[in-house]
Design a protein around this ligand. Structure first.
Ligand code: FAD
Ligand code: DLZ
Ligand code: SF4
Length: 509
């Protein structure tokens, strides 16, 4: 007689999953299900599907080795109902067991599906984060603006990371001003360890290739870790080889180096193979051991303890409708360049090519290349959101949506950021080596060879003058525009209009 069914979802593969802690292997069974519905509600990248399904299979194997009874539905099981809810109902009926326990799903859609099941469902708080919903709500209550930096300071105090008593180590909370160096000529870090697929992963690759071959993305070089043991090797490798220079080159981009000093740990943290705490612990230890400087370690810990936790807090605080936000009323469809269509913009084609081949780009490519372009061009933020949610191996709505809808597209009207992240080509040129081999000229402000970011930047600012002219962090750009020659301004706006009509046309045209 089964006492309860413990459901483990594909992004809950943590050995300390709260639902496992609440269970007893002698009375309870674990249910894991590979379902087509989770791969297609947005069309996920084949590498992301492979990562999750292979990690699920390895995790199930480890649970069995540790004495658990696991019911595991494979994607190609002919009796698979291909949805999480239907599989749970089926297995519950088979075992005549109505009690279902799982860790709270990370996404509103799945929370709603689980709580609507005609079963006795218990959702346990997901304590794999530093801040519970309650902690974030209490922090947010009564504040006019929610700013990551202030939340982060509270998290530093409550966790004690990089603290000396009440004071931040080194005297500063944030060392970002040291972290904006342009890319170095020779990058000393070889990038993440490329893991060779084992038999389980090879089976999953074949399955995914056969079923999802119409999804954007290739599976030729699948190199992600799919076990906790290998994810820990990836963590050690990052700490040893990349962390010391992580801060310095955090914002840099190179056309022939996809990773620079970034960790590529987000997929593992987000699906549970690594815990956020253990990652921060080893980074802090590297500082204490004198292996990595404060600007690197503080910068790295801030991404996880600050940004990652803040984004989750915003997602749950703002509720189900957050992903529909469209403050700037942008309505153009996502252009073909995002799906690999021809474009003369080297920065865009390189970011999309890398996305297609690895399901990964680093933060500045996401924010200042693909995100910046969509925002300047006025693309419907929901389409941008669905693109990011589908194409990146680390994309789960709780973290992807606040980054896309909020930080990148300013569609939430300033909940996540105090101003839109927009730039002309000059920023991309300063932080990368793309522009020198691009068909467009980054120094051209108008004319046939003008970098599209240059035209669209001013078009964006003028489209939204009423919204941003009084923003103290943007007023200076409006003053610069107003001092420009009127003929020049008219040409820039006319060329931007023509560019948008040609490259990002509205569907009703
Ligand atoms: P590193 O640069 O090595 O950073 C270390 C860790 O910090 C990451 O592994 C990640 O866990 C965390 N982190 C860094 N920045 C952020 C951030 N802004 N928000 C939350 N955590 C952060 N991150 C996701 O995990 N999933 C997403 O779906 C996602 N979508 C994004 C969409 C857009 C438009 C933008 C601008 C950013 C998005 N990010 C997302 C944040 C960030 O780009 C990725 O976390 C980062 O690129 C992952 O690569 P990395 O592990 O090499 O990160
Ligand atoms: C993303 C994903 C995919 C592609 N496939 C599965 C799956 O087959 N089974 C599963 O349990 N989870 C999968 N996931 C992760 C879920 O979509 C994830 O748990 C939700 O997005 C978070 O609530
Ligand atoms: Fe991108 Fe413009 Fe530079 Fe070309 S010139 S790589 S489009 S920023």
């Amino acid at each position: 007689m089964v006492r309860q069914i413990i459901v483990i979802l594909g992004d809950q593969l943590s050995p300390d999953n709260p639902a496992l802690r609440a269970a007893d292997p002698s009375q309870d069974i674990v249910l894991m299900a590979e379902v087509g519905g989770e791969a297609t509600y947005v069309r996920h990248h084949p590498q992301k599907i492979t990562l999750i399904l292979s990690a699920m299979r390895h995790f199930a194997q480890e649970l069995r080795e540790n004495g658990w009874t696991v019911h595991y539905t494979t994607l190609d099981d002919p009796k698979n109902h291909q949805s999480l809810g239907a599989e749970i109902i089926k297995i519950a009926a088979q075992h005549k067991c109505t009690k279902i326990t799982l860790t709270e799903p990370s996404e509103w859609r799945v929370i709603d599906d689980m709580t609507a099941l005609p079963l006795d469902v218990t959702l346990l708080p997901d304590d794999r984060f530093f801040a519970s919903h309650g902690i974030f709500e209490t922090w947010a209550e009564g504040r006019k603006a929610l700013r990551m930096e202030y939340f982060y300071r509270e998290m530093r105090k409550s966790t004690g990371y990089l603290m000396e008593g009440e004071k931040p180590t080194g005297g500063q909370w944030n060392y970002d001003h040291d972290n904006r160096k342009a890319a170095p000529k020779d990058v000393t870090h070889p990038g993440p360890i490329p893991f060779t697929p084992d038999e389980i992963t090879r089976d999953v690759i074949a399955l995914v290739q056969a079923r999802f071959d119409t999804h954007f993305g290739t599976l030729q070089h699948f190199e992600y870790a799919v076990t906790r043991a290998n994810a820990l090797r990836a963590l050690d490798h990052f700490i040893a080889h990349a962390l010391p220079r992580f801060g310095d080159y955090q914002d840099a981009m190179l056309r022939d180096n996809r990773y620079l000093y970034h960790s590529v740990l987000s997929p593992y943290i987000n699906i549970g193979l690594l815990s956020a705490k253990e990652v921060c612990d080893v980074a802090e230890q590297a500082f204490k051991d004198g292996h990595a400087p404060i600007n690197a370690v503080e910068g790295f810990i801030r991404q996880i303890l600050g940004w990652r936790e803040f984004m989750r807090g915003i997602y749950f605080l703002k509720g189900r409708d957050y992903v529909q936000s469209n403050y700037l009323e942008h309505d153009r469809p996502l252009p073909d360049v995002y799906w690999g269509g021809d474009s003369k913009m080297l920065c865009m084609t390189k970011a999309v090519e890398q996305t297609r081949e690895t399901a990964y780009t680093h933060h500045i490519q996401r924010l200042m290349v693909t995100g910046n372009y969509a925002l300047l061009a006025g693309v419907d933020p929901h389409q941008v959101h669905e693109w990011y949610l589908g194409v990146y191996a680390d994309a789960f709505e709780w973290v992807e949506a606040p980054n896309t809808i909020g930080m990148s597209q300013f569609a939430d009207g300033g909940v996540v950021g105090s101003k839109p992240y927009v730039s002309s080509g000059a920023y991309i040129n300063r932080m990368s080596d793309y522009c020198k081999s691009c068909a467009y000229k980054v120094t051209s402000k108008k004319g046939a060879d003008a970098c599209p970011f240059n035209l669209l930047y001013w078009h964006f600012l003028m489209r939204h003058r009423n919204r941003f002219a009084n923003n103290p962090r943007m007023a200076q750009m409006y003053r610069i525009w107003d001092r420009m020659d009127p003929d020049h301004r008219a040409t820039v706006l006319a060329e931007a209009d023509a560019y948008l009509e040609a490259e990002v046309p509205r569907t009703d045209h």
